[in-house]
Write a protein that binds this ligand. Structure first.
Ligand SMILES: [Zn+2]
Length: 366
């Protein structure tokens, strides 16, 4: 099953310009939309954060001091004050306090160097998951540093949730991602900024999924990608599938960056004979193929193939392209044409040229 980057829908229309550097305190009544925080019914909520987007009608997209993103409609706002200071992210201790207060009885925290993992599963299991996260974290930053991209450390504490059972997980995930919860074993949630999973039967067989979702979380937390910006899905999913490739010889000790993703390579090979001429254009222009379950598998395969090809043969241009994308702002979108133009400019070739070179290159990949 393809894994999707999921987010709750935003109903902010008529965007105003991006906003100033100030800390906002907003008291508001919640709507039915969740960002992973339990709804409080009629009790108003107060959050402190920075405004990412302010709509002309007064609607807000706000990032709170724990890294969550809230979208607040004008009629939900009760009170709003502004203070000309900079947002101070909460500490890991404060994150622990807030999370334990929010989570059901029986949850504990397991801390690693860079993560707070809240769980109600066994110590052995959460330790194994923590080890994977840390291996990814180390490899991820080293990898980009070697490409001369010194990414800043995450601004907010990185949080993961690990449920003991599939049933607990599904119940929780329903509120975040709806019925998709039934088809996934883990997900990264853009507005809560958390990755969530459960104690799977066979961790080794599921390492790729865990790494995949944790890669999304890192990419959105180190300045590489901006949440709710116009991130082409082939880029987000291409990166995650590039990083997830398990080390077949020792899956528990994942150290896989850049290995061939055999599952996606096999899907790509199956796709190639009937692949439409405009396949790459449709992949680049918008995210339709990823969002439609009948075309998603081939889109994931092609996104992996493109990412693999670009990193192996045009790495400098690829990193430069990612850097350009990293400057995107939340809720700004680009047209199909703009996406294609940016791509062609970044790689100094037409889509048709890249297509031919990619197909040829992938024939030799084993
Ligand atoms: Zn993904």
């Amino acid at each position: 099953m393809p894994r999707l980057v999921l987010f709750s829908c935003l109903v902010i229309s008529g965007l105003a310009a991006a906003t100033s550097e100030a800390v906002e305190t907003v008291r508001f009544r919640e709507s039915g939309l969740s960002n992973g925080a339990p709804l409080r019914g009629d009790q108003p909520r107060t959050v402190v954060g920075e405004i990412l987007v302010e709509a002309q009608d007064g609607g807000l997209m706000l990032m709170s001091d724990d890294g969550r993103i809230w979208s607040i409609e004008p009629d939900q706002i009760i009170e709003r004050t502004s203070d000309e200071t900079e947002l101070v992210p909460i500490t890991t201790d404060e994150m622990e306090r807030r999370m334990l207060e929010e989570l059901p009885e029986g949850f504990r925290v397991y801390r690693t160097n860079d993560y707070l993992i809240f769980h109600n599963t066994t110590d052995d299991y959460v330790r194994a998951v923590g080890t994977l996260f840390q291996q990814l974290h180390r490899s991820f930053f080293t990898y980009w540093k070697n490409q001369r991209w010194d990414l800043p450390p995450p601004r907010f504490p990185l949080v993961a949730l690990v449920f003991a059972t599939r049933a607990d997980f599904t119940r929780h995930a329903q509120a975040d991602i709806g019925d998709t919860a039934n088809n996934v074993i883990g997900y990264y949630h853009l507005s809560s900024n958390r990755m969530t999973t459960y104690k799977v039967q066979n961790l080794e067989r599921n390492v790729a999924t865990i790494i995949h979702e944790a890669t999304h979380q890192l990419a959105y937390n180190c300045g590489m990608q901006t949440r709710f910006a116009d991130n082409p899905m082939w880029v987000s999913e291409g990166l995650a599938t590039y990083f997830e490739s398990p080390d077949i010889s020792n899956p528990r000790k994942w150290r896989g960056i850049g290995r061939v993703n055999q599952i996606n390579l096999a899907r790509w090979r199956k796709y190639v004979p009937g692949r439409p001429d405009e396949s790459l254009v449709t992949l680049l222009a918008d995210d339709t193929r990823y969002r439609n379950s009948s075309t998603a598998i081939n889109a994931y395969a092609e996104g992996w193939a493109l990412t693999y090809f670009l990193i192996k043969t045009k790495r400098k241009e690829y990193v430069e392209y990612l850097r350009q994308l990293s400057a995107s702002r939340p809720l700004e979108s680009s047209s199909k044409r703009e996406r294609i133009e940016m791509f062609e400019q970044a790689f100094g070739s037409s889509v048709a040229e890249i297509d031919r070179a990619m197909v040829t290159y992938l024939r030799r990949v084993r």
